[in-house]
Design a protein around this ligand. Structure first.
Ligand SMILES: NC(=O)C1=CN([C@@H]2O[C@H](COP(=O)(O)OP(=O)(O)OC[C@H]3O[C@@H](n4cnc5c(N)ncnc54)[C@H](O)[C@@H]3O)[C@@H](O)[C@H]2O)C=CC1
Ligand SMILES: O=C(O)C1=NCCCC1
Length: 362
């Protein structure tokens, strides 16, 4: 660039054309230099959270998660155990979640980087406790095609996993969807309340939270939003759970918040919350007296303390029920879906977002 400037400076100075010519040459030089040295690496796409929120529908997320569960249980995925990098002296953790899913529509090679910083919502400027990005890599070359913002995807796909489980383990058994109880009204509590209303049309949706005011204000907000009165706020977790057809736990509680004695026979439970003391929201008696289904047995083995003692309860994976490899539970024992969250779900939804982004030419 410097040489061009020197050459043209002397040649054009006399004709008073120096400034426009140098500008044009500089622009051309930058353009050609960039295109010679720039490669695929410099052109990687970032699909941000606003884009994801604009293009991703609950129906698409549900479909992608259903496919991911099916493919996992029929051996068409590779999902490595996730790593937990815990920041010393805190509850803050960075997880890496690599996975590969073979599927024409939702297949992808990817890896989610997700942080869980439980103090974030209490910051002066509140932030979500979970923040994520999903890398989507080219299956043939291993080159990164895009990074897709993964916070909204994590929110939606976690609730969609509960919805898929509820469909196959409960609704398809012809059981009633009258009362839904949701314990925990953070990000997951909210999305479960809205998504389950959307897909299953519950007549009453009960909300309980450790900080009672939050459950109250969410119930009021959602009743206003949907011009309804199906959302009810409960002060007490026991009365919230008693009589419910479907129960969802979405807290970081290290102690049990649902006890077997409170659960209606034949009810279905989605246990979503994962604290440092993983999957502790339900009491042991409930686990022992229920039919337990997981999203991935392999992935949950290292993470779910006490799983090896639940062999009598463990029926298998939801994907195996969808694939009709195992039957669902028609009996009066409660069913539990313990969804730990799967990398292949993130790959499937990430791929869907990547395709939608290009279809819409954003
Ligand atoms: N299984 C999965 O795929 C996923 C699981 N999660 C887990 O779900 C839980 C909720 O996540 P978000 O809604 O995004 O977080 P959030 O920070 O928005 O909400 C946390 C909720 O946990 C409650 N809580 C915290 N400590 C508690 C305690 N000691 N007793 C009772 N309630 C307590 C809070 O009141 C709040 O309702 C977390 O444990 C998170 O790790 C989140 C995303 C994916
Ligand atoms: O699957 C996920 O994503 C997560 N699961 C447990 C908590 C952090 C995020």
């Amino acid at each position: 660039m410097f040489i061009y400037q020197q050459l043209y400076k002397t040649e054009y100075q006399k004709q008073n054309l120096i400034i426009p010519q140098i500008l044009v040459l500089n622009v051309l030089t930058v353009y050609f230099t960039f295109n010679l040295v720039s490669t695929w690496q410099d052109k990687m796409l970032y699909i941000n959270e606003s884009n994801v929120k604009d293009i991703l529908t609950w129906e698409k997320t549900f479909e992608a998660v259903e496919v991911a569960m099916k493919r996992l249980s029929s051996g068409q995925t590779v999902q490595m155990p996730r790593t937990h990098t815990i920041i010393p002296g805190s509850d803050n953790v960075l997880l890496t979640m690599p996975g590969y899913l073979k599927d024409e529509k939702f297949g992808a090679l990817g890896c989610k980087l997700v942080t869980y910083f439980p103090g974030n919502p209490k910051r002066t400027e509140a932030l979500p406790s979970i923040n994520a990005n999903i890398m989507i890599l080219d299956e043939a070359t291993g080159i990164m095609k895009a990074v897709v913002a993964g916070t909204e995807i994590t929110t939606q796909r976690t609730s969609a996993a509960s919805a898929v489980a509820t469909k196959y383990l409960y609704v398809n058994q012809g059981k009633a969807c009258n009362i839904l109880a949701i314990l925990g009204t953070g990000i997951q509590g909210r999305i479960h309340a809205e998504m389950f209303r959307h897909f299953f049309h519950f007549q009453e949706i009960r909300l309980w939270n450790r900080t009672k005011e939050k459950a109250k204000s969410l119930a009021e907000e959602l009743n206003r939003k949907f011009d309804t009165n199906v959302f009810k706020y409960y002060e007490n977790n026991e009365s919230c759970v008693r009589g419910a057809d479907v129960i969802v736990t979405t807290t970081a509680s290290p102690v049990h918040i649902v006890h077997y004695a409170w659960v209606k026979p034949g009810a279905h439970i989605n246990a979503v919350g994962a604290s440092r003391n993983h999957f502790s929201e339900l009491d042991e008696q409930l686990y022992r007296n229920s039919d337990l289904y997981l999203d991935s047995v392999e992935t949950m083995k290292p993470e779910m303390a006490g799983l090896d003692m639940l062999t009598d309860s463990l029926r298998g994976e939801v994907g195996a029920v969808i694939n009709k490899m195992i039957p669902s539970s028609p009996n009066e024992r409660p069913t539990i879906f313990n969804g730990g969250g799967m990398a292949v779900e993130d790959c499937a939804v990430g791929r869907a977002v990547y395709d939608l982004y290009h279809e819409r030419k954003i």
